[in-house]
Ligand binder design. Structure first.
Ligand SMILES: C[S@@+](CC[C@H](N)C(=O)[O-])C[C@H]1O[C@@H](n2cnc3c(N)ncnc32)[C@H](O)[C@@H]1O
Length: 359
């Protein structure tokens, strides 16, 4: 059982994922370099070059990245190319399918480029042995493969509340369980990719994370936590339900991303790694125009797109689930509008580019 059914579908994730694209843009030059040096031997039937993106959601950002890779690859070779866009089986793939064939032909305006969608968990093997030359994952591997604890009584997210809010608690023992799960997940992801990649193939892992001074989880989970506490105070959920609910994501440091690679003895070398802050369009717009209502709406839609499915799973037995969910996000939007300084948002991203070694 995976920890989420996916993002909010029907185009909602696509419309509210500009911050994720901004975080991806920082590492696109890494991809250019990786593609320039990719070995072009091996691969699938007919010498097909395999490219796969794991955690593609509705596909807008996934296709944008793949367009760039395909173009760079086409400058190097005429061999057939397969782009694979993968996410959980419960993900809403419908926009991805229509956007892959916008005018009845491939979105990748180059000859001999084929595309497929694969449903499955990125922590499992999903593709044939040695069929991939490049694997990517963006803003996704922070979702756990499983919920390692049944309850998180003091807060709704494993990294705990921000210093600004301080509202809630995750104990050091609880935190350690989540850190261990995150480490295990990186190893599982790379073990699967090690089997799928040709020797010399590349993996780019990019995800929301934490630096010495800031964490992506700060602000946005504080406001969600405060909104859920409000619905509890209003009697719409009880304390036991609050204590059993948490968003199963983890913001790693770069060290937590790269350490398991060496510790698990996986056949990868690290070519590049970085921690950086990505510019967030709704934060920049607010700084420029001071439109607080638009900021509160965009901020709420941004986090709603990736938290709503988990909220629905957590309260699935609730008699008025739709109205409960609307209530939570309406409260989150109101809380941001009332006190934006209480929920500052910074997009901290971490990334590593790896090479699959021969062994
Ligand atoms: C925040 S979205 C990122 C989407 C896209 N990569 C981007 O950067 O805009 C996270 C995605 O990871 C997916 N995801 C979560 N757990 C997963 C798993 N175990 N295997 C594959 N995808 C997963 C979710 O369904 C969701 O589509």
């Amino acid at each position: 059982m995976t920890v989420t059914t996916g993002m909010v579908g029907h185009g909602f994730y696509n419309r509210n994922s500009a911050p994720q694209m901004s975080a991806i843009e920082h590492v696109l030059p890494w991809l250019d370099e990786a593609v320039a040096g990719l070995p072009l031997e091996g691969g699938g039937a007919g010498g097909t070059i395999g490219l796969a993106d794991f955690g593609c959601s509705e596909g807008r950002n996934s296709i944008a990245v793949m367009r760039r890779v395909v173009e760079a690859l086409r400058a190097r070779t005429d061999r057939p190319v397969l782009t694979v866009h993968s996410d959980l089986p419960t993900n809403d793939f419908s926009r991805l399918f229509t956007d892959l064939r916008p005018e009845g032909g491939s979105v990748y305006a180059a000859p001999e480029v084929w595309s497929a969608a694969v449903g499955g968990s990125m922590f499992d093997r999903l593709l044939p042995p040695r069929s991939l030359h490049l694997a990517t994952t963006f803003n996704a591997i922070g979702f756990f493969s499983r919920r390692p604890l049944d309850r998180l009584p003091g807060y709704i997210q494993p990294n705990g509340p921000s210093r600004v809010s301080g509202n809630g608690e995750v104990t050091p023992a609880e935190h350690q369980v989540f850190a261990d799960q995150a480490s295990h997940d990186i190893a599982a992801f790379l073990e699967a990719r090690a089997a799928e990649l040709v020797p010399g193939g590349k993996v780019l892992i990019q995800v929301f994370g934490a630096s010495e001074t800031a964490r992506t989880n700060d602000g946005l989970y504080d406001v969600l936590n405060d909104a859920v506490l409000e619905v509890m105070a209003a009697g719409r959920i009880d304390r036991a339900a609050y204590e059993a609910y948490y968003q199963p994501i983890y913001c790693r440091t770069l060290e937590e991303l790269t350490r398991p690679i060496a510790e698990a003895g996986l056949p990868f070398t690290i070519d590049k790694k970085a921690t950086y802050e990505a510019p967030v369009p709704f934060v920049e717009d607010f700084a420029a125009n001071g439109d607080l209502a638009a900021y509160a709406r965009d901020y709420t839609n941004f986090h709603r797109a990736f938290t709503e499915a988990v909220l629905r799973l957590a309260f699935a037995g609730h008699g008025e689930l739709d109205s409960l969910v609307e209530d939570v996000y309406a409260r989150a939007e109101r809380l941001i509008a009332e006190a934006p300084e209480r929920y500052p948002f910074t997009y901290v991203a971490i990334a590593a580019l790896l090479t699959r070694t021969e062994a």
